[in-house]
Design a protein around this ligand. Structure first.
Ligand SMILES: *Cc1c(COP(=O)(O)O)cnc(C)c1O
Length: 395
């Protein structure tokens, strides 16, 4: 007998929960790709994607996942032998750097470990030392999904300006767009990459690269026809948006998802994520009064609002995840890139999530901790409820 039967919740940090409206929009016969509704719909996505990215720059869509967007950003701006600076705050920026290495780009890494944001003073020092401007781009992850740290992208731009370094600022917003506040133009980001399966609430399969004129002018020798972003922006012929057949159903799904974000209002979406994240943190503050369960990132202002990385004495992490999945229908995320992996787990709370879902996650975790006799402070759900209850009511 299991209490898991019923509607399940995949609370991993991507893919995220797909809204019924998105699923409904995708549940249709294939549309004509040569003319008609699909063309109008695709044109309509571009300004709305740019609105969510807070940019007046350009947007290119790729059929692919986040890794495709990583590669596209590098291919359009760099040449073999160029150097990029990777600001590693977890698994993901390291992964972006590995892709650069495989493209014959030299990778210089500043590694800040698995529990901290990047430190602007050390970045400034590195940039000052680069007097010949060997570094052509800085690769930064806004929210690293493995550690759940949120980095200060605006601060990074300020440092680059202060030392007058001409490198491009490239930001990975795969885990943060549509969740945490991000302002591409105001924060001086030259290239931003994201994908559709996290804050954008669409099944994995399309990815986006946003870029400004400055980045566009940096064309190097790595660009190839398929990855060329110039072909994809304002294309003369519709098929060039995707360099081939359009990802038809994903476009319908994304249209529905963007409608939901814009109807709610992007600022409201950010605030919802912020408040729900605060409720999770309040629960952890209580749980961590006894035992080993704790948040990976200690400073609240450096925590993501979309994913929470948690540490616990091994092997409790695996045991708790297993209990939640098999006994309660709740799937938590694995401790990606951490050792021992059973000493870590993650909660995804990005996109289509609301109070009852977050309270269910916390209540289920509480039950699991009790069932498994894992030491923890008592009253965590109550503490989370208190945060939610303080939220000003809206109609
Ligand atoms: C999910 C994620 C990626 C990788 O995206 P894929 O779609 O799995 O290729 C990269 N960076 C961050 C910050 C992510 O959260």
């Amino acid at each position: 007998m299991s209490l898991a039967n019923g509607r399940s919740y995949l609370a991993i940090p991507g893919p995220s929960v797909i809204p019924d409206a998105v699923l409904r929009a995708m549940n249709r016969a294939s549309p004509n790709i040569y003319e008609g509704e699909l063309h109008t719909l695709t044109h309509s996505l571009i300004p709305d994607l740019k609105a969510v990215a807070r940019t007046d720059g350009h947007a290119a869509i790729y059929i692919g996942n986040g890794h495709a967007a990583w590669e596209a950003a590098l291919a359009n701006t760099l040449s073999r032998g160029d150097t990029v600076l990777v600001l590693a705050t977890g698994r993901f920026c390291i992964g972006w750097g590995e892709i650069a290495s495989a493209m014959d780009v030299t990778v210089q890494t500043l590694d800040y470990g698995d529990e901290a944001a990047f430190d602007l003073e050390s970045v400034a020092e590195t940039l000052r030392a680069d007097t010949s401007h060997k570094i052509k781009a800085i690769l930064a992850v806004h929210v690293d999904t493995s550690t759940s740290v949120k980095n200060d992208i605006a601060g990074l731009r300020a440092v680059m300006d202060e030392v007058q370094h001409p490198a491009l600022l490239m930001a990975d917003c795969i885990a943060s767009l549509g969740c945490d506040q991000f302002e591409m133009d105001a924060w001086g980001v030259d290239v931003m990459v994201t994908a559709c399966q996290k804050g954008l609430m669409t099944p994995a399969g399309i990815a986006f690269v946003f870029f400004n004129d400055r980045a566009n002018a940096r064309r190097g020798d790595l660009v190839t026809s398929y990855w060329d972003w110039q072909r994809r922006v304002d294309p003369a012929e519709y098929w060039m948006y995707f360099n081939g057949t359009a990802p038809t159903h994903h476009l319908y799904g994304l249209r529905a998802a963007l409608d939901m974000i814009l109807d709610e209002g992007l600022e409201n979406v950010w605030q919802r994520h912020a408040r729900l994240a605060s409720a999770i943190w309040a629960a952890f503050d209580t749980w961590s009064e006894t035992g080993s369960l704790r948040l990976n990132i200690s400073e609240p202002e450096k925590r993501s609002h979309a994913v929470t990385s948690c540490a616990i004495d091994a092997p409790h992490g695996d045991a708790l995840r297993h209990w939640c999945e098999t006994q309660a229908g709740l799937t938590l995320g694995i401790g990606l890139g951490r050792q021992p992996s059973s000493g870590y787990f993650r909660i995804g709370h990005m996109g289509h999530v609301n109070t009852q879902m977050i309270m269910a996650v916390l209540g289920t975790m509480e039950a699991g901790l009790q069932a498994l006799s894992i030491p923890h402070g008592r009253g965590a759900v109550d503490a989370a409820a208190h945060v939610i209850a303080q939220h000003p009511t809206t109609t």
